[in-house]
Design a protein around this ligand. Structure first.
Ligand SMILES: Nc1nc2c(ncn2[C@@H]2O[C@H](COP(=O)(O)OP(=O)(O)OP(=O)(O)O)[C@@H](O)[C@H]2O)c(=O)[nH]1
Ligand SMILES: [Mg+2]
Length: 460
């Protein structure tokens, strides 16, 4: 990490507004990038934004904007190797029209560099681009700005890397990270890591790539072993009542998990605080018992590798009999966030699971805003994870959703099997009981699968 004077390194955000992206969407994307960067421990002090028709150019930004960016970071503004981007007359006109469009106030933060007397100015040392960059774009931008350049995917991968706690999550993140780094390593032979004197030439790159391949194979093997273990645990839970909290990152899933189950899962005002799935019983415990899962949050433009490596987390959602879609109703972009959640769940085939929409954080909304939500989404529940009475209502809603899918049945527990009677109580509600010579006769209510398994297990 680059050395800076303040405890928190400074970063410049870079965004390109494509023709199909509205001003509001573009602003929201950049605001989200600022939060991601903050979660990573940097302060975003300036934004350089440009309207362009595409992201294909060698430096992402046009020549003028690149100079502007380089002024902020103290770089040359040009790609030294002479691979400077050619600019057509038409594009120049488009770019200057763009500059006029953005003024005033396009750059939110102070221009950095007018040195106060007696002070050393602190320049941003990191440039964060809100799009996935090709390895050569990354290299070109580093040359022109003299700063470290990260793209959106790199930021998310780094956050995951820092927040992963369990053995499994750490392995998943390392796989995603190596997959992200490998192609960049391949194409950046002339880049940063080579210049820093770690040897040179293709043989070194080859060696690094082989090491990465070996490590990836090792990780996949380790992960497969853990997942086999988990599959068994999941199998044991197969006919229990399961609900999963799903939704955009920071929506309040873990807060609801805590409130519903009395567990101590991590709650934090950060993006991607949770990377591990936690499963706990609903409290006060119901009969049959209901298991609640907290899951990793979603985000726009979630890198595909990351989605794939968190597959097992998402499988948790697939197996639930009820999905609670948690939405931060106090976020102006909640609509887009809900759309992202729906899209990811559709992609993994979880859109067929019955669901309940939850508008969380309504304690931050005034009465009018709450009324507007209610009339627009009569099927949704409005609540605050911080209000116990709301959480109590949610618990009831969960229990009544399950009640609808339960059936009544008779079970006979032979006297020889009395010691296992607790299994029945765990998986069903016992409505009545009587005794005769064959054993204890129970009238129970539960999920069809659970009743079938109990019937078989007690040999009725
Ligand atoms: N005002 C208010 N704040 C809330 C509410 N629910 C959660 N929060 C806050 O929102 C922030 C995020 O909450 P979390 O429960 O960690 O969110 P999450 O969905 O688990 O987020 P990730 O794990 O990062 O995906 C925390 O600062 C919470 O205290 C609520 O109902 N009202
Ligand atoms: Mg969480």
């Amino acid at each position: 990490m680059p050395k800076t004077l303040s405890a928190r390194p400074l970063a410049v955000l870079v965004g390109v507004q494509l023709p199909d992206v509205s001003d509001a969407e573009h602003a929201a994307d950049l605001a989200e990038l600022a939060r991601l960067v903050k979660t990573l421990g940097y302060d975003a002090v300036a934004t350089v934004s440009q309207r362009r028709e595409g992201l294909a150019s060698g430096t992402v930004l046009g020549t003028g904007k690149l100079k502007e960016l380089a002024q902020l970071t103290g770089g040359s503004g040009v790609i030294a190797s002479g691979a400077q981007e050619r600019t057509s007359k038409a594009r120049e006109r488009w770019e200057s029209a763009d500059a006029a469009h953005e003024e005033p106030g396009d750059e939110e933060a102070a221009p950095p560099a007018e040195d106060a007397p007696g002070e050393v100015a602190q320049r941003p040392t990191i440039v964060v681009v809100d799009h996935e960059l090709s390895p050569s774009q990354l290299r070109n931008l580093e040359k022109a700005t003299g700063a470290q350049v990260l793209d959106r995917t790199g930021v998310i991968v780094d956050i995951f890397h820092r927040h992963a706690r369990s053995h499994e999550a750490r392995m998943q993140v390392e796989i995603a990270r190596l997959n992200y780094l490998a192609p960049r390593l391949r194409e950046s032979t002339g880049g940063r890591e080579r210049q820093q004197g770690r040897g040179s030439g293709d043989s070194a790159v080859e060696l690094d790539r082989r090491k990465i391949r070996d490590r990836l194979a090792e990780l996949r093997e380790g992960l497969a072993a853990i997942q086999k273990d988990q599959d068994q645990r999941r199998y044991a839970r197969r006919d229990q009542l399961r609900v999963a909290l799903v939704g955009y990152t920071n929506a309040g899933k873990s807060s609801l998990m805590r409130a519903l189950t009395g567990s101590e899962v991590l709650v934090a005002d950060q993006l991607f605080a949770t990377l591990d799935t936690t499963v706990r019983a609903l409290q006060p415990e119901s009969r049959p018992r209901v298991l609640v899962s907290d899951t990793v949050g979603f985000i726009q433009k979630l890198p595909h590798d990351l989605v794939a490596s968190f597959r097992s987390t998402l499988d948790e959602a697939l197996e639930a009999s009820l999905l609670l879609y948690v939405v931060d109703a106090s976020d102006p972009t909640w609509n887009t966030q809900l759309e992202v959640t729906r899209t990811v769940l559709r992609e993994i085939g979880a859109d067929a699971v019955p669901s309940q929409l939850l508008f969380n954080k309504v304690d931050r909304l005034d009465a009018a805003a709450q009324e507007a939500l209610r009339s627009r989404h009569p099927e949704a529940m409005l609540l605050s994870a911080h209000r116990p009475e709301d959480v109590g209502l949610l618990r009831e809603r969960i229990l009544s959703a399950f009640a609808a899918s339960m059936v009544d049945a008779d079970l006979v527990i032979p006297y020889a099997s009395q010691s296992r009677i607790s299994e029945v109580y765990e998986h069903t509600t016992v409505l009545s009981e009587s005794f005769d010579e064959s054993g204890r006769k129970l009238r129970v209510r539960g999920l069809p699968g659970a009743i079938a398994r109990l019937t078989q297990s007690f040999g009725a």
